[in-house]
Design a protein around this ligand. Structure first.
Ligand SMILES: [Zn+2]
Length: 208
């Protein structure tokens, strides 16, 4: 069965025996989806960003940005955009002729750097971009959640505890298991921002 948005916990789930695998609530396929206004109310408004993390999951994008809202966390996966980029590859074509011709009368040691030389080409390749939203754009969150199963909302009400171990942050939920976010070496802001968050209410109650 394909993924469905559970109207109770707002998680994308593959229901088992007609129940959400996260919160165990009954999933009614015939029920109308919540309106954007209802979703916006549940998700809350953006307060600030925590940073970019890796959030390993099966078959879903793992790189994304975590935002704190008035009602919880929301993870927005990076957007994939096709862009022209300079990429390197092995030398081919006319340069091969030059190397082969040169071998006839040149010591191989002199040629080695040329044999290793990479060819630079301009190609259209998929590039990932973080989704950057300001507080004033909070009304876009319901659209992101409805349109993308990779988006994850974690309501404050469902959080049991939060702790750090090495470069990982663990969010233990009251149901649905533990979520793991890994800080990226190039974005250490996440670690700092999480610690700051756990110093203030209502988040401090979750510090483990
Ligand atoms: Zn659910």
């Amino acid at each position: 069965m394909s993924l469905l948005l559970c109207h109770q916990c707002l998680s994308w789930t593959r229901p088992r025996n007609s129940r959400c695998t996260i919160c165990a609530e009954r999933v009614d396929l015939g029920a109308r989806d919540p309106s954007f206004e209802e979703l916006a109310q549940k998700i809350g408004a953006i307060e600030h960003t925590l940073g970019v993390v890796s959030f390993p999951r099966k078959l879903l994008p793992d790189l994304g940005t975590v935002y704190v809202t008035t009602n919880g966390f929301i993870f927005l996966p990076h957007r994939q955009v096709q862009e022209p980029k300079l990429v390197t590859g092995n030398s081919t074509g006319s340069s091969i002729f030059w190397i082969v011709a040169g071998l006839a009368f040149t010591p191989i040691g002199i040629l080695t750097p040329f044999l290793r030389k990479k060819k630079v080409e301009r190609k259209i390749v998929p590039v990932l971009h973080p989704v950057r939203l300001e507080k004033e754009q909070s009304d876009r969150l319901p659209l992101f959640l409805m349109n993308h199963p990779g988006v994850l909302f974690i309501s404050l009400e469902t959080v049991g505890s939060i702790k750090k171990k090495g470069s990982w942050w663990f969010i233990k939920r009251k149901f649905g298991g533990v979520l793991r976010f890994r800080m990226l070496k190039r974005d250490k802001a996440f670690h700092h921002n999480m610690q700051q968050l756990l110093n203030i209410d209502p988040w401090s109650q979750f510090r483990a």
